[in-house]
Design a protein around this ligand. Structure first.
Ligand code: SF4
Ligand code: MG
Length: 324
């Protein structure tokens, strides 16, 4: 299978604070990969780095940041912008803030086509109608004249998806694409993304804080915490045989696993920021399996077959290895 995205040892540094630290990610053509973690875990920042969208004073470093074998950091900015606008597309959590309120749906959809595909005004208009139809917007021709405020949240997200797939990207990065939507609409948007992914044989990177979102949709999962990858595994292993205590804690917070509980267990504390970074394992103040060693020694990412985990005492059948 063709590797389309290869990220090795990516870090994003804001004035000495590592928002992303030593992140690896490989995405193969047509695959669906999930990146999961609470907010502040570096999921979005790592993908914005890939898109070249890190604001000043952020500094991006990577051993490899390659799209289809081409080094994104070494190429001229103009070439990179061509790739990140056409071959790699991104959709964001808040469709309302990503769509420009001053322009019609037609204008916003055809702008991207104009830049990347050319064609005539008429052909772009036809393609826009086709795209709206593809993302399930009824009466697409009439909708072209709508302004964003005339659309519901779900409709706006569909328009965002239409814009993202306008140039047939090879890779689509969806950053919390359903978080701002009602539960029923969430499922529809997720279904839409997956059906487009299959139809166009696109690779999809799905970023979410919600384990439930990735459960049925994703083949490989990357769990991030405080800017680092803490576990990488198949979806089946993540859900049934988690190795990292943070993955376990995320799973324990799922409502399905707590049908009889009055209140959902939550992970105590928050993801550490710039000023409260702990020593040793960054998760240790919140980890129920932490020992003295965890507070003193930084765990390395250990690879085992196709999985990897960053923990001194990885779980095996729910039991940390030092307790067995
Ligand atoms: Fe928990 Fe220690 Fe593993 Fe960190 S290294 S996740 S504190 S057991
Ligand atoms: Mg985010």
């Amino acid at each position: 299978m063709e590797t389309i995205l290869e990220i090795k040892n990516l870090s994003v540094d804001f004035d000495g604070f590592k928002a992303v630290d030593d992140v690896d990610l490989t995405v193969e053509a047509g695959k669906v990969v999930g990146i999961v973690g609470e907010s502040g875990s570096g999921k979005s920042v790592s993908q914005l780095a890939l898109m070249g969208l890190i604001p000043y004073p952020g500094i991006i470093k990577a051993e490899t940041l390659a799209f289809k074998g081409n080094d994104l950091l070494a190429m001229p900015k103009k070439t990179r912008r061509k790739i990140t606008g056409k071959d790699i597309a991104m959709i964001f959590q808040e469709p309302m803030t990503s769509l420009n309120p001053c322009f019609t749906v037609e204008f916003q959809l055809t702008e991207a086509l104009k830049v990347h595909e050319g064609g005539t005004r008429q052909s772009r208009r036809e393609r826009a109608v086709e795209l709206l139809d593809l993302v399930g917007i009824p009466a697409p021709k009439e909708r072209l004249k709508s302004f964003p405020h005339q659309l519901s949240g779900g409709m706006s997200q569909r328009v965002m998806i239409a814009m993202a797939i306008a140039c047939n990207p090879t890779l689509l990065i969806a950053d919390e694409p359903t978080t701002a939507l009602d539960v029923t609409i969430q499922a529809q948007i997720l279904d839409l993304l997956l059906s487009l992914q299959k139809k166009n044989n696109m690779a999809l990177v799905l970023i979410t804080h919600d384990m439930a979102v990735i459960a049925e949709t994703v083949e490989d999962v990357v769990v991030m915490y405080a800017g680092q990858v803490v576990e990488k595994n198949t979806s089946d292993n993540i859900f049934n045989r988690p190795r990292h205590p943070y993955t376990e804690a995320l799973l324990n917070a799922l409502p399905e696993r707590n049908v009889h509980a009055r209140r959902l267990p939550t992970i105590p504390g928050v993801v550490p920021g710039k000023y409260d970074r702990p020593t040793g394992c960054l998760f240790h103040p919140r980890c129920r399996h932490a020992t003295q060693r965890c507070a003193a020694e930084i765990p390395k990412l250990t690879h085992e077959g196709q999985s990897a985990f960053r923990c001194h005492f990885p779980l095996l059948n729910g039991v940390p290895q030092h307790e067995r």
